[in-house]
Design a protein around this ligand. Structure first.
Ligand code: UD1
Length: 422
């Protein structure tokens, strides 16, 4: 299993480009199931979860071609099966995103339930509730969701919790349903908006994305389209947090500062000088130690839970004490135990972590537990004295394109090894 060896060696400094957003690319690739015409997706990040989605669609009979590393052309005309098997779903929960499109376009779906997840229970009850409201017959059997509907019907669906993939699944299902669907208390994440744009390019009729109410008017069929995936705000935020923790200065190109308002405010509170343009963000700590910040995770436009772990790592080396309250997922502080091994001062009380910064952390062998937790460990290792070995970095490969190349471009000493060094 691959590991990272990281030598904490001072401030990050340099310029890199952001990749396309993983969490937008995954639903957009699944949207190809809605159509019998080709969908060309550009700015697709080259990472594991995208590969898994390609495999998932490929084994259903969707033709997936890759004219270059960042482009996929999908054609679902030859689909042969509507099954998403456990072996693929267990490695990527977002596989549930095939459910809505399959029922809407093919009348049936058999999707394995994702099962246990490191960052909490993460149920899919709201996805199922919505499909049922649209007339699908749903059965849970043998660890699978079996859904059937001759033709979905538009419905008014009120989410009792804001769910990102739930909103995306039902938005996709509604596109081919008969009549109008209204999604209330819908997720407002930029990735939901990007999916809506892609669906519109494919001929769907919908409005209100980016607000809490989305209206979808069903159409009979979709047509060929091309869509460019928006930049990854979490990847961008991760490199900014790393620069802040190491007292550095970085410029991220090909990004969109408008996607990161809540994160930029916190980095400014931490003492960063932030300069933005239409497609770049520059962060400069002017060599100063960051100040600890308080964070409360919320659905968009609040502070994203996917940036919580990275900001905790920054707080570990900041001046003062900061609290982080996680309100989206239970059990999303597993990185705290690993950060403690680097000498951090963290106290976890329920869904709140209280972090008192230390001038430096000390290297130690540590282990990644989930995607964003692994990013926080890399940041902490960059701000630690000595050589840190991080195990199970496959979590990181799931969601970050070219992670070691990008960190190296910023001056980090990071290398990938396959087994323990002697
Ligand atoms: C998506 C993102 C993930 C991010 C999360 C929250 C993708 C592929 N993943 O995950 O990176 O951390 O949004 O921003 O886009 N819930 C229910 N019932 C449901 C669905 C969700 O109770 O049917 C609850 C969850 O347990 C959680 C909350 O709703 O407490 C939010 O989860 P949700 O937005 O659905 O997360 P994902 O879409 O899985």
């Amino acid at each position: 299993m691959d590991k990272f060896v990281i030598e904490g060696n001072g401030p990050l400094n340099g310029e890199i480009a952001a990749s396309g957003a993983k969490n937008a690319a995954l639903p957009i690739l699944c949207a190809a199931l809605l159509s019998d015409a080709p969908l060309t997706v550009t700015n697709v990040p080259d990472l594991w979860d995208v590969g898994t989605t390609g495999k998932l669609l490929g084994q259903m009979g969707v033709s997936v071609s890759r004219p270059d590393a960042h482009t996929r052309v999908l054609d679902a005309r030859g689909i042969t099966t509507c099954v998403a098997p456990y072996e693929l779903v267990r490695t990527m929960r977002a596989s549930i995103l095939v459910l809505g499109p399959l029922v809407a376009a093919r009348g049936e779906a058999h999707v394995s339930l994702p099962g246990g997840c490191a960052i909490g229970a993460r149920p899919v009850n709201l996805h199922l509730m919505g499909l049922e409201a649209m007339g699908a017959e749903i059965k849970l059997e043998g660890g699978f969701v079996h859904a059937k509907a001759k033709k979905l019907k538009g419905a008014r669906i009120v989410f009792d919790t804001v769910t990102v993939t739930g909103t995306e699944n039902l938005m996709m299902a509604a596109v081919l349903a008969e009549g109008e669907t209204v999604l209330e208390n819908a997720a407002r994440e930029p990735e939901v908006v990007d999916l809506a744009r892609c669906l519109r390019a494919m001929g769907a009729k919908l409005s209100g994305e980016g607000t809490t109410t989305i209206h979808v008017q069903g159409v009979a069929k979709l047509h060929a389209a091309e869509h460019r995936v928006l930049p990854d705000r979490i990847e961008t935020g991760t490199y900014l947090a790393a620069a802040a923790a190491t007292r550095g200065r970085v410029l991220i190109r090909d990004t969109d500062p408008g996607l990161l308002d809540a994160v930029l405010v916190k980095l400014q509170q931490a003492g960063a000088i932030i300069r933005t343009g239409t497609d770049f963000i520059e962060l400069d700590m002017q060599g100063q130690r960051p100040k600890a910040v308080n964070i409360h995770t919320m659905a968009h436009p609040g502070f994203p839970t996917d940036m919580q772990a990275q900001m905790m790592a920054m707080n570990c080396v900041a001046e003062g004490t900061g609290t982080i309250r996680e309100t989206i997922f239970e059990n999303r502080f597993m990185h705290a135990n690993e950060l403690l091994r680097l000498g951090a001062d963290i106290r976890v009380e329920g869904n709140t972590a209280i972090i008192t910064g230390k001038e430096r952390l000390q290297a130690a062998p540590i282990m990644a537990t989930d995607l964003r937790a692994s990013a926080s460990l890399v940041i902490a290792a960059l701000a630690a004295d000595g050589e840190t070995l991080i195990d199970r970095i496959y979590h990181m490969d799931r969601g970050y394109e070219g992670i070691e190349q990008k960190f190296r471009a910023l001056g980090a000493q990071i290398k990938r090894v396959e087994k323990l060094l002697p």
